[in-house]
Design a protein around this ligand. Structure first.
Ligand code: CP3
Length: 352
């Protein structure tokens, strides 16, 4: 029996083991019947705020599919309630803030609370999950939203197609933008450090909305704050950090200047091309994560198998360590059979 213990952590540590580790963003959630059963009795926020339930949901995909890592069940947006944002999740409409940031005064009113006090339920859930996973050698991931993506939701009040309001603030009022970003960075760094203290062994920063901006906007108004966040996390913890710039292929030449351990990429660019842009000038290369198209989880099994086989071939040809993941989250329409088959194929694979 080969050693598969903490394969995710070992890979992030630069080790190229016998095979890549596998976990999926949104592996817990509405694709699973056992999650939907719990959701009939509890709201999304209730699940997140009840440590025993959040722990149960986190473990559901581990029990069913045998992923190499668990990601704590929460959302990128619920921690913002600890800054004074009033969040609700509406079925069909997604997250909504009833008090979006619309004026400078709104920014000044945001509180940088102590996340241990305001969102301590996630730390309590992490403790339960870590205890359950440690003896099995399964790694535990904590996370937060990146400061730009959080600001996009706070300013727009909900998901946005064009990001007009958040760009208006960022471009036309850089001073107020800086105040908002600073608060988000300070709060998020504390939140991530608290997650590590509670048992998270690795952290992922989701920059889900960054595909809205130009490379120049990214470089000027966004990247410096991601750098500051990663710098603060590095000062306070010693765990690996993965940065996920969703839909950000055009930004990779700038992403290469970050001090994260890994970068997660979507399906719009090949692993090979992403690695050559990201790792060209680096002495310590980024670990790459990705990048299966989540749509394949909703297609015929044959198509999924072809997609996974191709990804594993690409993985074998890479010169840097690789983590198998999707290019974005599991969708609710995904086939359970396909998810299971994808995990099985990765776990049966060996680098020759
Ligand atoms: O990956 C995981 O399994 C961990 C849990 C997790 C959730 N959201 C649970 C969730 C994580 C890491 C997130 C991150 C998140 N949340 C992001 C970044 C990743 C991405 O998708 O780009 C973003 C942008 C959000 C904001 C968010 N939360 C939206 C837009 C929505 C509505 C869309 C949807 O899928 O319903 C959510 C709700 C949400 N977050 C659900 C889950 C399981 C569905 C809630 C439900 O109805 O049960």
């Amino acid at each position: 029996m080969s050693n598969e213990k903490f394969l995710l952590l070992r890979t992030l540590n630069g080790e190229r083991a016998e095979r890549p580790p596998v976990w999926f963003m949104r592996q817990a959630g509405r694709s699973l019947p056992e999650y939907r059963a719990l959701r009939e009795r509890h709201s999304m926020l209730n699940l997140i705020r009840t440590p025993e339930l959040a722990a149960e949901v986190t473990l559901q995909p581990i029990e069913r599919f045998g992923f190499d890592a668990a990601i704590i069940f929460a959302d990128i947006l619920n921690p913002l309630m600890g800054m004074g944002m009033d969040l609700d999740f509406h079925d069909g409409k997604g997250p909504i803030f009833s008090n979006p940031i619309r004026t400078e005064a709104d920014i000044h009113q945001l509180i940088v609370s102590d996340p241990e006090e305001t969102v301590g339920y996630t730390m309590a859930a992490l403790k339960i999950v870590r205890e359950a996973l440690d003896k099995r050698g399964i790694s535990l991931i904590g996370f937060c939203g990146a400061p730009f993506s959080l600001a996009a939701y706070m300013v727009e009040g909900a998901s946005t197609r064009d990001g007009l309001r958040v760009k208006h603030l960022m471009i036309d009022n850089p001073e107020a933008w800086g105040v908002l970003q600073k608060k988000l960075v300070t709060y998020s760094a504390q939140y991530l450090a608290a997650q590590v203290k509670a048992g998270a062994q690795c952290l992922q920063i989701f920059d889900s909305s960054v595909g809205l901006v130009t490379p120049h906007q990214y470089r000027t108004h966004i990247l410096p704050w991601v750098k500051e966040l990663i710098g603060l996390v590095r000062e306070r913890t010693d765990v690996p950090v993965i940065y996920f710039p969703f839909n950000g292929d055009g930004l990779l030449a700038d992403v290469t200047t970050l001090e994260s351990t890994g970068v997660s990429i979507d399906w719009r660019i090949s692993l090979h091309d992403a690695s050559s842009i990201l790792n060209r000038h680096r002495s310590v290369p980024f670990v790459l994560q990705g990048n299966l198209d989540p749509a394949l989880l909703c297609c015929e099994l044959r198509a999924l198998e072809e997609g996974v086989a191709m990804l594993l071939q690409e993985s074998a040809a890479l010169s840097v360590p690789h983590i198998v993941n999707l290019g974005h989250g599991v969708t609710p329409q995904s086939s359970i059979e396909n998810i299971g088959r994808a995990v099985e194929m990765v776990k049966a694979f060996r680098y020759s």
